[in-house]
Design a protein. Structure first.
Length: 464
């Protein structure tokens, strides 16, 4: 079916091409060097409280993508860069339900500053793209790659969801010191985000089943599917080019909220990271509370299959990317393959709400150990649309001086995928990847990320 073809396209394209082009909270992994307020407030708005007069972010970008369906072979990156035509990826042998997850984050102009030396403010601009696919049955996934169908088998697709959206975000962060004394400092902060949605698409399948006959035709279709698209989604979804919608007329808007606290303990004079300083720092926050409401295409709604419908060729449903998804759905209704149960002119896409917990420990004059966990708070469901992050844990030792910093983040996520990366901060420039060294600890690469940017700090007061 068409949405299976689109999913296959995204599985391969996102895993191997998005990070190469590069551009959230699940981005900039390991970038906790040199007190970069602009990127720090995305994970905890209380980090806006700092000792600098002001900071400016000129530009930045992050790309992150992963899955448990395909793996990049060792040496595959070199093959891609050298234009080698032989296959550089392999299908995963695991029998788990398949998932993909990805996001791209482009940072525009941003600034943080103090007002009257006690009010801390940051203003940021971002362009964000989020994508998730969850619970693709392994048997159905094997069919997508051309594996011969088992004509005696009943295939199932249950609790499946596919969601992605592109939106611009304007954030205003405010923070302050809640309480402090000679050894303890507790700060808090909130960020209010206004979002303009440019494009979104969602497909959920609560329960479905089908068979494949000897002629490679679908038969015995049962179940229900919910679909939601912004108008003309085919112009970017089928072609894997969601960023092409940036600059078009927004199709949705919404509000989001982040909130967090930071506690710092500094019992030893001279063990300071900055003028106020700390020996150990603990942080907790919740980010991306909210949603965006989009204008829907005319065929957005809920559909059920017609068990008496004529079988359809499994690989030949609308391969023309110039056809709108509305035309495809209307054709299926005309052919009595599906029946519309409900429709809507608006739909809501939820943001990837997450809990962040962190600790930063000073080991010596210029050495630190950072531990951070991202806990997903929005599980994929079939009665609503929205994106989510992947629960993960990061441990990152680092060396930090005034103009040079270097860290080695190790990350493991809930899909049992581990990565090893590196982060470099040189003056105002930073670049990093939490997965660049992953082939060292594994045979193949299941996810990849990269980020870079330019960031200036003024009136920085640090003791080394």
């Amino acid at each position: 079916m068409e949405f299976l073809r689109v999913i296959k396209f995204y599985l391969v394209t996102l895993l191997f091409l998005l990070p190469g082009i590069t551009a959230t909270a699940q981005g900039y992994i390991g970038l906790n060097l040199s007190n970069n307020v602009i990127t720090d407030v995305f994970t905890n708005p209380a980090f806006v409280v700092n000792d600098d007069d002001f900071q400016i972010n000129a530009i930045g970008a992050s790309g992150y993508v992963g899955n448990n369906a395909y793996s990049l072979k060792k040496g595959g990156i070199n093959s891609i860069l050298n234009g080698v035509s032989n296959p550089f990826f392999i299908k995963s042998a695991n029998k788990d339900s398949k998932v993909i997850y990805g996001n791209a984050d482009f940072l525009g102009p941003a600034v943080s500053f103090k007002v009257k030396k006690k009010y801390y403010v940051a203003v940021s601009t971002r362009l964000r793209y989020l994508l998730n696919m969850d619970n693709l049955n392994n048997d159905a996934f094997r069919l997508m790659g051309g594996q011969p169908a088992d004509t005696s088998k009943n295939y199932n697709l249950n609790n499946f969801s596919f969601n992605n959206q592109l939106f611009a975000q304007l954030g205003v962060s405010y923070g302050g010191i809640i309480t402090s004394n000679e050894e303890n400092v507790l700060t808090g902060g909130v960020t209010l985000n206004y979002m303009m949605g440019f494009a979104a698409a969602g497909v959920t399948v609560p329960q479905s089943g089908f068979s494949v006959d000897q002629n490679n035709m679908l038969s015995n279709l049962t179940g229900r599917v919910n679909v939601a698209f912004t108008p003309y989604a085919n112009t970017w979804l089928s072609k894997g080019a969601p960023l092409a919608k940036f600059g078009s007329v927004p199709t949705g808007s919404g509000m989001g909220l982040d909130m967090g606290v930071v506690y710092e303990y500094n019992p030893i004079e001279g063990m300071s990271r900055q003028a106020r300083g700390y020996l150990v720092r603990f942080s907790a926050s919740i980010t991306d509370i909210g949603s965006i409401k989009y204008t829907a295409s005319t065929t957005t709604g809920s559909y059920s299959t017609n068990p008496n419908a004529t079988a359809y060729e499994i690989y030949n449903v609308n391969k023309d990317p110039n056809h709108t998804y509305g035309q495809v759905i209307n054709q299926l209704m005309t052919d009595s393959a599906v029946l519309q149960k409900s429709k809507s002119d608006k739909f809501k896409m939820f943001l990837p709400t997450a809990l962040h917990l962190g600790m930063d420990l000073k080991l010596g004059k210029m050495f630190y150990l950072n531990a951070a966990s991202l806990i997903n708070l929005r599980s994929p469901v079939t009665n609503a649309y929205g994106d989510h992050y992947v629960t993960s844990f990061t441990l990152a030792p680092r060396y930090e001086s005034k103009y040079f910093s270097f860290g080695l983040p190790f990350t493991a996520n809930s899909y049992k995928i581990a990565n090893l990366g590196a982060v470099l901060y040189l003056g105002p420039f930073y670049i990093g990847s939490a997965s660049i060294f992953s082939p060292v600890i594994g045979n193949n690469l299941n996810n990849f990320d990269i980020y870079a940017g330019v960031h200036f700090i003024f009136n920085k007061k640090k003791d080394y």
